[in-house]
Design a protein around this ligand. Structure first.
Ligand code: R5P
Length: 299
């Protein structure tokens, strides 16, 4: 543990700083930039020889980051790093976990195999493991999956009086029921059919018995926000209070955040797995414990 050094990928400085501080670890200096022609440049300025290198790099918009991440890991190795660990609070490509249409590939596995080639261990938070039972079937390296359920329950208890939790699809049932139990709140699971990247249909049950409660929509990922917007549309006729939206991973593709704000939602809250103005639920404590656990196990 003593021989460990933390690095941040661009944009991850705040979370990395918090983690390094909590774990009392030194921070290394690295330059990530683009050459004028758009190619990626990486220069590691702190000695990594014989050290455990921990890189905090959340992986939304992964295609923009992948080469820099690869170059960082390969360069660390070349400079003598003992082990290289990737802390990716959001893990991308996990949603393409089956062949939905002929001609597709299971790209979650391809991506996992690529990362596993140059990283020695990975820590992530609530990856999209809906049809896949464990991260080990996607990543062949030691891995640790952390969960936000406890922190989300705490936030709901502290901020929302008389909530009813709403999960948008059957896949959210296991973890949403846990969040609801810890928050002492009832929950409903909706039925969602996806017709395309931005086109989902939600079937809403009768909400009469919940009409005095605050609807709290909880989902693991907010990407186009289509799922949330469609659900909020159904709530409009329910005479319930304005909805609170909680997402673990704040992707907010394109103008999704503005669209969600514009649809009359009461409050939008996310975990800090992806930096975003809505990050109100801090997972750095859990993440720090997880990193410590992985380092102790592997060193
Ligand atoms: C799907 O299985 C996930 O749990 C989310 O519901 C989905 O990724 C949300 O995507 P969007 O915000 O684009 O509707």
């Amino acid at each position: 543990m003593s021989n460990t050094i933390f690095f941040s990928f661009l944009g991850n400085e705040e979370l990395m700083g918090q983690l390094a501080k909590n774990l009392n670890m030194p921070i290394g200096e690295v330059q990530f930039r683009k050459f004028p022609d758009g190619e990626s440049y990486v220069r590691i300025l702190t000695e990594v020889k014989q050290k455990n290198v921990v890189l905090v790099c959340t992986l939304h918009q992964p295609d923009d980051k992948f080469l820099s991440l690869y170059f960082f890991c390969k360069t660390s190795r070349k400079l003598g790093a003992k082990n290289i660990y990737l802390i990716a609070p959001y893990l991308s490509y996990m949603r393409q976990d089956k062949i939905f249409n002929p001609g597709e590939g299971i790209t979650s596995k391809y991506f996992g195999a690529l990362i596993s080639e140059f990283v020695d261990g990975i820590v992530t938070v609530d990856p999209h493991l809906h049809r896949v039972e464990s991260l080990s079937s996607v990543y062949s390296i030691p891995n640790l999956v952390l969960h936000t359920a406890e922190e989300i329950s705490k936030w709901i208890e502290q901020n929302i009086s008389d909530p009813v939790l709403i999960g948008p699809d059957e896949e959210s049932k296991n973890w949403l029921s846990l969040v609801a139990k810890n928050a002492n709140a009832p929950f409903i699971i909706l039925n969602k059919t996806r017709y395309g990247d931005r086109n989902v249909k939600i079937d809403m049950p009768d909400l009469e018995m919940y009409k005095d409660k605050t609807p709290v929509l909880v989902d693991d990922i907010i990407s186009t926000a289509g799922t949330m917007i469609e659900t909020i549309g159904h709530l409009e006729n329910s005479k319930m209070k304005s909805a609170v939206v909680i997402g673990i991973h704040a992707i907010f593709a394109g103008n999704a955040y503005q669209k969600l704000k514009d649809c009359g939602v009461g409050r939008i809250v996310t975990c800090n797995t992806i930096p975003h103005p809505t990050n109100e639920i801090d997972i750095s404590h859990e993440l720090g414990k997880g990193i410590q656990q992985l380092l102790q196990k592997l060193n």
